[in-house]
Design a binder for this molecule. Structure first.
Ligand code: ADP
Ligand code: MG
Length: 341
């Protein structure tokens, strides 16, 4: 382990899907980093390329998709160069584990919970059956599942949705990963259970000092749980940095729009404002800033390519106006209004 290096570095990642309708440019030069013990939130409307980016990290892009540019380094070693294909198989499910949206599709309905957890322990941690069962019980306790011994003998359908997601988290933790990727882990659950699962994730992150990438639609969740946040739009990161600062003073007009569209936690009666217009077609993304057709502050320069520009300590934004210092200060109502309680 090299402490000075970020645990994960994604640099200029390009992923294309060759479909009948054309080439879908799902990832158009995505760059971000995750430090040791850090939680990075990735937000953005549906179809902005969040899942594709983390699938690339897990080595899970398959036909008709291809990684066609950039690099992904885990602990300083490439996961995508020719040797990286072997490396990614070594780290997937062991050093990097993933929690999916719907535990019903990721748990096998015909095997007991016990079999599914011990199988991971025997396979990845080379444990024998007996110790693996004991460890499985410990893991169920770690994710606050009561009567762990009884649970080992149960099948996924015998558990509630929240309980199944806890089992998925236990499986994700089984190999003592360094990075957990949670892609909308609570979308399928009701609000109260969502909050409990996210609290558990946050608690485990701090206790085990594991790094987490949390993909969610919910900016309130990011404000509460994440150290850093990356905002994605049309296959690119358009704003990234320290979560507190981004929420206190968002710069990209799209980030401002997303925050405005999030009802604040204090005032749930507040009217939801949505961002007008729809995200672009990734087969023919607009030139320059992809948000420009929806942006109420659009200028001529926005049609030109804009790279991520540093705008302060751990803050980058991809906005022509911001780079020229032409984005007006956020409305007072927006500044500090972030969803953070
Ligand atoms: N297997 C696939 N084949 C074709 N297009 C895909 C495939 N997977 C993802 N895409 C496209 O890539 C883009 C980004 O998708 P995705 O990463 O799933 O978005 P998000 O997770 O932000 O909602 C979308 O336009 C989606 O249609
Ligand atoms: Mg997704």
């Amino acid at each position: 382990m090299t402490p000075s290096l970020p645990l994960l570095e994604v640099e200029n990642l390009v992923v294309n899907f060759y479909t009948r309708g054309g080439v879908v440019q799902a990832s158009r030069g995505v760059s971000f980093q995750v430090g040791h013990g850090e939680t990075l939130g990735i937000v953005g409307e549906s179809g902005s390329g969040k899942t594709v980016a983390v699938q690339a990290v897990m080595g899970l892009i398959s036909s008709p998709g291809r990684i066609e540019g950039g690099d992904i380094r885990f602990n300083g070693r490439s996961l995508v160069d020719p040797a990286g294909r072997k490396y990614v198989r070594q780290v997937r499910g062991k050093e990097i584990s993933m929690i999916f949206q719907d535990p019903m599709t990721s748990l096998n309905p015909v095997f007991t919970i016990g079999t599914q957890i011990t199988e991971v322990l025997c396979h990845h941690m080379s444990m024998d059956k007996g110790p693996a069962r004991l460890r499985a019980m410990e893991l169920l306790e770690l994710v606050d599942i009561n009567a762990p011994k009884k649970r080992l003998g149960q099948y996924p359908h015998e558990l509630s949705g929240g309980m199944r997601q806890r089992v998925m988290i236990a499986i994700a933790l089984a190999c003592e990963p360094r990075l957990i990727i949670a892609d909308e882990p609570t979308t399928a659950l009701d609000v109260t259970v969502q909050a409990q699962i996210l609290e558990l994730l946050s608690d485990l992150q701090a206790r085990l000092n594991v790094s987490v990438i949390l993909i969610t639609h919910d900016l309130g969740v990011v404000a509460q749980l994440c150290h850093r946040v990356a905002v994605m739009y049309a296959g690119r990161i358009i704003e990234v940095g320290d979560a507190d600062r981004v929420f206190a003073d968002p710069v990209h007009p799209y980030t401002r729009g997303l925050i405005r569209a999030t009802p604040s936690l204090e005032d749930v009666t507040e009217r939801m404002v949505s961002i007008e217009g729809v995200p672009p077609d990734l087969i023919r993304p607009p030139a320059g800033c992809a948000f420009s057709p929806r942006c109420d502050q659009v200028k001529e320069g926005c049609r030109r390519h804009q790279s991520l520009t540093p705008i302060g300590e751990d803050r980058h934004v991809r906005c022509w106006c911001a780079a020229q210092g032409k984005v007006p200060p956020a409305e007072p109502a927006l500044v500090g209004k972030g969803p953070r309680p």
